[in-house]
Design a protein around this ligand. Structure first.
Ligand code: GAL
Length: 380
């Protein structure tokens, strides 16, 4: 098996917007939109069908069967179509007897199902946690499917989804998974984005190359059009901050909106190459927080992330509903005032050079907003 997921996986997942309402036509149109809206060029590659793609029963041989009404040509034809476009195909199953929407799960069918997925040309498996027999430890169920996938004859990325239960961050990497959901389901509103981001403090350092901390699918661009995860929607400013947090914290970037109909603003957010470069930095280092004391109160939060070329990403975030002061002092990053160095800064949302700054920065940040810089050390 090839090493997979050196950097956080990027793609799209059907659940947030479409729920059970999925079909071959939807996936083909989404693949077309990947090309037309610049997503493929930006690095998004996996198209993942979430729950509800199969029939409610296995066939007489005990195999999973794609719902013929939704997928009249079957899964192999669909994966061939995506591979022909140089995209990758993802499916969903569950460690339990039934999936969360009560379709057949892979419990005690792990090896046979991995074989079926390989035959269908699947490249990615999201593996959920509902309806698990409670006398089975979750750990062993993820180890089982990882073993089955790692030996099925095809490179299949394994996306574990146990919602952060049982301190998953401590054992999932050694099960063989490539990403692991660290939280419950995201909802398309600011409170949900904010609480997921906050819940990562202290956990983020468990994410590293080949096994990433999955903060759940992006809600960027959904505008409250979600079958199950609609929650009022966010503003474009909030979506920008959400995307920046997921980039700074190295979460997989799985789009959840209807990319066929996304706004130009959503497209601009999702394809910001300089933000994506922070998420995809080959060293995969997580950020540290320089001002932590006020995380639970109003105020800004500063993240600093070392990048492979010696530069740093600096993100100043205001997660609250009032404008606030934010600052970063370069000595908190390790730069003594007397060093003779400063940072040459580039603002990655304004896409402009800021110039060389010594010692630090203080600024006012609007509600729900952020500033993200790439900072290069220079002699001053
Ligand atoms: C949840 C999971 C969601 C989605 C859903 C499908 O458990 O967290 O992301 O996959 O099941 O039923």
């Amino acid at each position: 098996m090839m090493p997979l997921a050196k950097t956080p996986p990027m793609g799209w997942n059907s659940w947030n917007t479409f729920g059970w309402n999925i079909s071959e036509g939807l996936i083909k149109e989404t693949a077309q939109a990947f090309e037309d809206r610049g997503l493929k060029a930006a690095g998004y590659e996996y198209l993942v069908l979430d729950d509800c793609w199969s029939l409610r029963q296995r066939n007489a041989d005990g195999k999973l069967v794609a719902d013929p009404e939704k997928f009249p040509n079957g899964m192999k034809a669909l994966s061939d179509c995506l591979h022909g476009r140089e995209l990758k195909f993802g499916l969903y199953s569950c460690a339990g007897v039934l999936t969360c929407a009560e379709y057949p799960g892979s419990f005690e069918h792990e090896f046979a199902d991995a074989q079926t997925f390989a035959e269908w040309g699947v490249d990615f498996l999201k593996y959920d946690y509902c309806n698990r027999p409670l006398n089975h430890d979750g750990k062993i169920l993820y180890r089982r499917m990882a073993m089955a996938l790692r030996n099925c004859g095809r490179d299949i990325l394994f996306s574990a989804c146990n919602w952060g239960h049982h301190e998953v961050e401590k054992w999932i990497r050694s099960s063989g998974a490539h990403m692991w959901r660290s939280t419950g389901d995201i909802v398309d509103n600011w409170e949900s984005v904010k609480s997921i981001a906050k819940s990562q403090i202290g956990k983020e350092c468990h994410g590293a190359p080949y096994c990433h901390n999955d903060m759940d699918m992006l809600v960027v661009g959904m505008r409250d059009n979600g079958t199950f995860v609609g929650g009022g929607g966010c503003t474009d400013e909030q979506y920008r901050t959400h995307f920046s947090l997921w980039c700074m914290m190295n979460s997989p970037l799985m789009i959840g909106c209807d990319v066929r109909n996304m706004s130009d603003e959503a497209q601009a957010i999702l394809t910001n190459a300089e933000l994506i470069a922070l998420n995809q930095d080959p060293e995969g280092r997580q950020p540290y927080v320089t001002r932590h004391w006020d995380w639970d109160d109003a105020g800004a939060h500063t993240f600093v992330k070392p990048l492979h070329d010696g530069s740093y990403a600096i993100g100043l975030f205001n997660l609250d509903d009032m404008s606030t002061k934010a600052s970063v002092q370069f000595w908190d990053m390790g730069l003594p005032v007397a060093s003779g160095y400063g940072f040459k800064l580039r603002d990655l949302w304004a896409r402009e050079e800021v110039g060389v700054v010594k010692e630090g920065m203080n600024m006012q940040i609007d509600a729900y907003s952020c500033k993200v810089y790439r900072a290069e050390l220079v002699k001053v």
